[in-house]
Write a protein that binds this ligand. Sequence first.
Ligand code: C2E
Ligand code: MG
Length: 318
Amino acid sequence: QPLEIAGAAIEPTVSVGVATGTPGMEADDLLSNAGRALAHAKGSGRDRVEVYTDELAALATRRRVAEQQLRQALDTDGVGVHYQPIVDVGSGETIGAEALLRVESADGAHLSPAEFIEAAESTGLIARLGRQVLQITCEQLNAWSSRGGPGLQMISVNISPRQLADPGLPTKVVDTLNAAGVAPERLCLEIGESILISAQSTVDATISYLRALGVRIGLDDFGAGQSSLGYLKRFPLDFVKIDRTLVSGLGTDEQDTAIVRATVELAHNLGLQVTAVGVEYPEQLEMLQILGCDRAQGYLFAPPLSAEAFAERTASAS
Ligand code: C2E
Ligand code: MG
């Protein structure tokens, strides 16, 4: 039942975690399993019941392992950044790059962000990781600019929901740009739509402040989730990145093609630039040219590369 508090109707919801015991199990273990199921219920949007299963147990173990590897990597210089070229669809020139976090585990293997971003978010380690990515990327851009490396207009960095909700983010960005001697106009920040769905005033203030400085802000993974064309209008943004799930059907899937066409048109009408992600085939690029998409990124041009490989590749291409 809704409650009325100070004249406002409050609708309480309940999140429940359920665990079943086995004979001989310790009460504490049973309770902590129920607690994990409850945390999962809250993490999945609240107002629901979740049961502790083998799958949940495996997820918790994977997270713990990822967390351990992350902490180790942060302490031992194992955090690096790879760069994927962003190409101008009209000229075919590399005009920028997306910085993608890479973490090296103790045995030298590279872990993919898909495996650890979630763990980094839920443990709060994302703050340290995010700072390092921003710093490494800005220093790299400055090094390239001052030593005749790839002449990039811009570099794009992913910002997680937790980072964007941190009121200290604008100061960190400004300090990092100043320390590296990079103009704000050359930095793009990519944010996910989930941030905008649950937009709080801090997020609005951060976006406005950074944009006023000249930093460009864009919506990432457009079309991957519950993307709505409405977000493009509601928030002051500079660019939108179309997710590779839509790009993969370009030219072959009528619906995907229609959505990409509509997105490009609307974005342009609103003054936003459009980047297509995950371009793998020449046919997709041709279609993007026809649709008037501004920029493209994908294995057709290059995978994410180490800084050295990126510089070599752009040098040999020009
Ligand atoms: P994203 O921002 O959508 O980045 C693009 C992802 O697509 C990258 O995966 C890239 O390797 C992959 N990709 C690029 N071109 C192609 C292609 O042609 N085909 C296919 N199949 N894949 C392609 P990656 O590097 O594994 O990153 C995954 C996600 O992790 C990123 O998705 C981004 O959301 C997140 N991420 C990466 N670095 C950071 C970071 O520094 N901070 C935060 N918060 N998130 C990051
Ligand atoms: Mg991105």
